[in-house]
Write a protein that binds this ligand. Structure first.
Ligand code: ZN
Length: 234
């Protein structure tokens, strides 16, 4: 595995940062890709550089393998978000606790763009933080969806492409544990201090699990997972 290269879908959040560390532990060369698609998301995008700077400073071996960062402007997603298209289905999704920037099938688009970049860069593996355990509401994060997409992309590009999802079957507490296994206390501190998950974009309130409003669904999920991680012998 070590002579292969990977492209990590890296948003600057907890999950994708853990996936980035996972990839840096496994692949000879690791590049990152991020998607810019709206104001609310800008804070998370700003965290990306802080996370990679901190990883390079704390983990020189990983830093040596960490290559180019690709940042794509997907502002067009605003044209198909539920804030732009007020329909029954959109209202239904909002009441289900999903952010109003939610775009149906978003991960299918992200992975397809990532596959095009990977093809150009000679990269065989895509790594994403999709998870069926915590986000079963997102059908484009499910294992079967991603396996089907792996086949479609490999056929469509006429080149074998593997989609790796190291968080697929683990919960948030286990994601914290995985970070500790990969990078110990130093990586846990990078995740707490530099990654961003809050839907509100709040970086003013610091909790033991990191920054955020503390009340949105993303903060609640992150806080609950961190509490469980601590209570099970962190
Ligand atoms: Zn929040």
């Amino acid at each position: 595995m070590m002579n292969r290269s990977a492209l990590v879908l890296f948003s600057g959040g907890q999950d994708s940062t853990t996936c980035l560390a996972w990839a840096l532990e496994r692949y000879a060369r690791v590049e990152t890709i991020g998607f810019d698609y709206g104001q609310r998301h800008a804070v998370e995008m700003d965290c990306r550089g802080q996370v990679t700077d901190a990883l390079r400073a704390s983990f020189p071996d990983w830093g040596a393998r960490l290559g180019a960062d690709h940042r794509l402007d997907l502002a067009l997603l605003g044209q198909i978000s539920d804030t732009a298209l007020t329909q029954e289905r959109a209202i239904e999704m909002r009441s289900g606790g999903l952010p109003n920037t939610f775009v149906p099938g978003r991960n299918l688009l992200f992975l397809t763009f990532a596959a095009a970049i990977a093809y150009r860069r000679g990269i065989e593996v895509l790594v994403g933080g999709m998870c069926e355990t915590d986000y079963s509401g997102y059908p484009d994060c499910r294992d079967n969806t991603l396996k089907a997409l792996q086949v479609a992309l490999s056929l469509g590009l006429d080149q074998r492409l593997v989609v790796e999802t190291p968080l697929m079957w683990i919960d948030k507490a286990a994601t914290w544990r995985l970070a500790r296994t990969l990078g110990g206390a130093a990586l846990l501190e990078i995740v707490r201090e530099h990654t961003h998950t809050c839907y509100q974009g709040d970086r003013t309130q610091r909790h033991d699990w990191g920054y955020g409003c503390g009340t949105c669904p993303a903060c609640e999920l992150r806080a609950r997972g961190h509490a469980e991680f601590l209570s099970t012998g962190a």
